[in-house]
Structures are given as C-alpha cells and as structure tokens.
Design a protein around this ligand. Structure first.
Ligand SMILES: NC(=O)c1ccc[n+]([C@@H]2O[C@H](COP(=O)([O-])OP(=O)(O)OC[C@H]3O[C@@H](n4cnc5c(N)ncnc54)[C@H](OP(=O)(O)O)[C@@H]3O)[C@@H](O)[C@H]2O)c1
Length: 163
C-alpha cells in the first residue's frame, strides 16, 4: 500500500479493525502512517480509548456500524437520541451520525433506502451542544467494540475465510 501511495496510484491508505496494541505496533514501524483506521464505532461503542493514540499518528477514525449495524435497534430507537433530536427537528439516527462528525470521526452509514440515505447526509445544518455531547457520552457500553480482533481463533477464522 505504501508503494501504491508513493506511486500516486491512491490518495489515502489505511487499516481496518486495528485495535490499540496492533495499531500502535503497526503505525510505529510503517513509513507512511495509516490515514484511517476503520473501527466499529457508534454511540454504544465509543472508541474513546484508542482515540489519543490514533491522534498521535495523525490517523482519522472511520466508523463502521455507525448506526449499530444491521438488526440493532439500540441507536435508531434510542429515547435519549430521539429527545435530543427533537430539539433540532432531527431523528435519533441523524443525532448519532452528527455526534460522530462532531468528534471528527468519518461515518459511513449504509442503507438500501433512498430516503434514509438522504436523511443520513442531512446532518450538517445543526450543532449538538456540549450538554448533548455529554449526555450521549453516558451511552457508552463496550468502548473497544464487540469483537476481539486480538483473539488468535478469530484471526485464524479471518485468514481462512478472507485470506
Ligand atoms: N471494516 C469492517 O470490519 C466493517 C464491518 C462491518 C461493516 N463495515 C462497513 O460499514 C458500513 C456500514 O456498516 P453497517 O451496515 O454494518 O452499519 P450501519 O450503517 O450502522 O447500519 C446499517 C443498518 O441501519 C439501517 N439504517 C441506515 N440508515 C438508517 C436510518 N436513517 N434510519 C433507520 N435505519 C437506518 C439500514 O437499514 P436499511 O438498509 O433497510 O435502510 C441497515 O439495517 C458499510 O459500508 C460496511 O461495509 C465495515
């Protein structure tokens, strides 16, 4: 990836699911520091622990599952997020995405519905207050995510199934 970057074939290179230890080891030794690290991150999985470490290397966080992923209602049906959104004429999902954006995190929500895609883009005309941000911080349940990417059995599964 460094060669492709130096050759001008790609504009940015990065990694995915590199939790703290692996991220630090990797970022310390590579010449071109990863520009993004894509991690499971949302209002229930806030990834606050790794944030300063990534900042040290100038690596942006990119949030996968920013709305909690498929089949998870904890975010899009959150009363707290809906209550905050009501003040701004926004949905719980929009508040969840705005909260990521205000933390400087790139959010990549996925939807198969055009109107939801439009809704997910429509988050740049309001600002959550410090109090809103503090209330949302209390929702954190599993800071580093629900998957342990350092578990050798899981790494074996990834290698065998994804190469
Ligand atoms: N690097 C990794 O390991 C990794 C892992 C997982 C995912 N990803 C990537 O991350 C991106 C998003 O992840 P994800 O799909 O898991 O999570 P997500 O975007 O948090 O959630 C997608 C789910 O939310 C629903 N949704 C989207 N917008 C909504 C809205 N405004 N209101 C209500 N429901 C809404 C979607 O339903 P509908 O489609 O029915 O609208 C879908 O069921 C994808 O590009 C995916 O490829 C990366």
């Amino acid at each position: 990836m460094e060669k492709a970057y130096r050759d001008g074939k790609v504009r940015a290179i990065g990694v995915s699911n590199f939790q703290s230890g692996r991220f630090f080891d990797f970022a310390h030794y590579v010449d071109v520091k990863p520009m993004v690290n894509q991690l499971q991150c949302n209002t229930l999985i806030q990834q606050t622990g790794i944030e300063p470490l990534m900042n040290d290397f100038g690596t942006k966080m990119m949030a996968w599952g920013p709305l909690g992923g498929q089949g998870v209602d904890g975010i899009i049906k959150s009363d707290l997020l809906a209550g905050i959104g009501a003040k701004y004429g926004k949905t719980a999902s929009q508040v969840a995405l705005r909260w990521l954006t205000q933390r400087g995190i790139v959010a990549i929500p996925k939807s198969t519905h055009k109107e939801r895609m439009q809704q997910n883009f429509d988050i740049f005309d309001f600002t959550l207050s410090d109090d809103d941000m503090a209330q949302i911080a209390t929702l954190n349940q599993h800071d580093t995510g629900t998957i342990n990417f350092g578990d050798p059995q899981f790494v074996k599964y990834l290698i065998e199934n994804y190469g």
